[in-house]
Design a protein around this ligand. Sequence first.
Ligand SMILES: Nc1ncnc2c1ncn2[C@@H]1O[C@H](COP(=O)(O)OP(=O)(O)OP(=O)(O)O)[C@@H](O)[C@H]1O
Length: 314
Amino acid sequence: MSDTPVIAVEGLSKVYDGGFQALKEVDLAIRRGEIFALLGPNGAGKTTLISVICGLVNASAGHVSVDGYDNVRHFREARSRIGLVPQELTSEAFSTVWDTVSFSRGLFGKPRDPVHIEKVLKSLSLWDKRRNRLITLSGGMKRRVLIAKALAHEPEILFLDEPTAGVDVELRRDMWEVVRGLRDNGVTIILTTHYIEEAEEMADRIGVIRAGELVLVEEKHELMRKLGRKELTLHLREPLTTVPERLAHHDLRLADDGHALVYTYDGRHNGDDDQAGIADLLADLEEAGIHFKDLHTRQSSLEEIFVSLVREKA
Ligand SMILES: Nc1ncnc2c1ncn2[C@@H]1O[C@H](COP(=O)(O)OP(=O)(O)OP(=O)(O)O)[C@@H](O)[C@H]1O
């Protein structure tokens, strides 16, 4: 993986006609070969950001370079490196899979290359359906056709706008496999999603956009480690009505009508600190004569982290 970002966004702002500012001085560097998930509430500016990077919407200020090419001055070079997967198939209902995908390649001025189209269709398990008209395909296959179209001109970078919006769980997992496969073949992937689970499952890095500002860009694991909270739940033999005074210095609360004690600790202090905290707690419990019959731990999900982040910045 080279160090030069495959996409460099600098000081990008967008004010739409009418004066609405949808992006505010966004800086972002996408690494070659990564899966980057852009998260944000409705109207945060995700689609605007993608559209500006892809050259579909003009920026009001700032620059974007794609593989070293300025996306305005060298639009063709920049755009040819990008595949864009929209949410839905428009028109073309009566074309065949093969024709639709081949046509997309032509739009980028690339010479016909049946071998490449065959490779793309096979990689997306669409080969058997190549003679089918789009109207005869299932929802999942149509989504695959969208990806095939975006890959027809051999882009290095693939943007997926809400790749699994409104699809069932099985198809979602299936799409995740497809996207991972593309990444394994060296394609850089940028996806927007409302499903935090999707980012948690797939992304190497996560960017959170809120009201046009990129409020955070972080390695997924780092984000979960830094902001994640951990919980230890002790299921008690005898229920308690209050947390005993001698345990008050631990961060404890009662749950399950006094049948459980929940100890919350910070994901930040992984390691010795926590070990000491839990060991102290257990010793104090023993001394207080509180016995438990079972315990379990959990770590906060990206969803919880995200909700607290968006709330924090509000
Ligand atoms: N052509 C336009 N003219 C004026 N305002 C626009 C235009 N397109 C988008 N906006 C506004 O810019 C803001 C960002 O929109 P954008 O579509 O980028 O958000 P998003 O994060 O993709 O949202 P969603 O998750 O709902 O798709 C919104 O307030 C939207 O109303």
